[in-house]
Design a protein around this ligand. Structure first.
Ligand SMILES: C[S@@+](CC[C@H](N)C(=O)[O-])C[C@H]1O[C@@H](n2cnc3c(N)ncnc32)[C@H](O)[C@@H]1O
Length: 249
């Protein structure tokens, strides 16, 4: 296991779904410019992800199709380029990481972003997860606490044409009340408990995906749902390891 990791799956069950992988590969071919030298590696990664399912959650075909179009190599430092399409987290500087692609696919699947949805991400990092969400949702708001990372990610997302992503620097524990309420919230750093401000900013019917637990031990990826009456339900999805949610809160 990669000790740098932001999000490593400790256990996962492999399932065959060859037809889905074939469809994804065809979709990726259609969406990839012919001169992209990373296209084949991206297709192979997405095909690999398409065969995985943990905790009975089948990764969304729409999520995988979008991941087949997002150039992960543009979100990693030059020193990590050759690893960009490996299914593992990578260092992005400042002691932070871009999450493992499998975890990005799983969290996005659980968050169920749909066209027209407003989604909040906590922990912009490289901007990769925000780009994946942007391919599925109407508008994405993303908060990063480390200024240099947030600034680079914002510039990168703009350069790549992700016009429906808005970023800001701040402590994501408090959410983004002015931009909410949100249909989905994806937290990409581990909190010791689910932040109450984020629950408040979830719409009825909304989904939040968040790693919860101590930074010293394995954490649990949680799916938190607010039902139509405003009641909150949560379930444990699987053990993960993320960098901690920092900040003065
Ligand atoms: C695993 S990395 C994020 C990966 C990112 N989503 C990506 O796609 O590259 C976690 C990020 O959360 C940020 N972070 C930690 N605590 C935070 C907080 N309280 N508010 C906002 N961002 C925070 C870290 O600085 C780090 O960039």
């Amino acid at each position: 296991m990669d000790t740098l990791s932001a999000a490593v799956v400790f256990s996962r069950r492999r399932r065959r779904c060859g037809w889905l992988v074939l469809l994804l590969v065809i979709a990726a071919q259609a969406a990839t410019p012919a001169d992209d030298p990373y296209a084949a590696r991206r297709r192979a990664l997405v095909a690999e992800l398409g065969e995985d399912a943990a905790d009975g959650t089948r990764l969304g075909p729409d999520v995988l199709a979008v991941m087949a179009t997002v150039p992960r190599h543009r979100f990693v430092p030059a020193s990590q380029l050759r690893h960009a399409y490996e299914n593992r987290p990578l260092a992005i500087g400042q002691g932070q990481t871009i999450s493992q692609p499998y975890i990005v696919a799983l969290m996005t699947t659980l968050a169920q972003p749909r066209r027209g949805d407003t989604v909040l991400e906590i922990g912009t990092g490289s901007g990769y997860q925000a780009a994946v969400l942007a391919g599925l949702a109407g508008r994405v708001y993303s908060i990063e606490i480390i200024e240099s990372l947030g600034a680079q990610a914002s510039q990168r997302l703009r350069a790549l044409g992700y016009d429906n992503v808005t970023t800001r620097i701040g402590d994501g524990y408090y959410g983004w009340p002015k931009a909410g309420p949100f249909d989905a919230i994806v937290v990409t750093a581990a909190a010791t408990s689910v932040p109450p401000p984020l629950i408040r900013q979830l719409k009825p019917g909304g989904r939040m995906v968040i790693p919860v637990g101590s930074s010293f031990f394995t954490q649990t990826l949680m799916l938190v749902r607010k039902d139509a009456e405003g009641r909150v339900h949560s379930r444990q999805v699987l053990p993960v390891r993320f960098v901690p949610l920092t900040g003065a809160h």
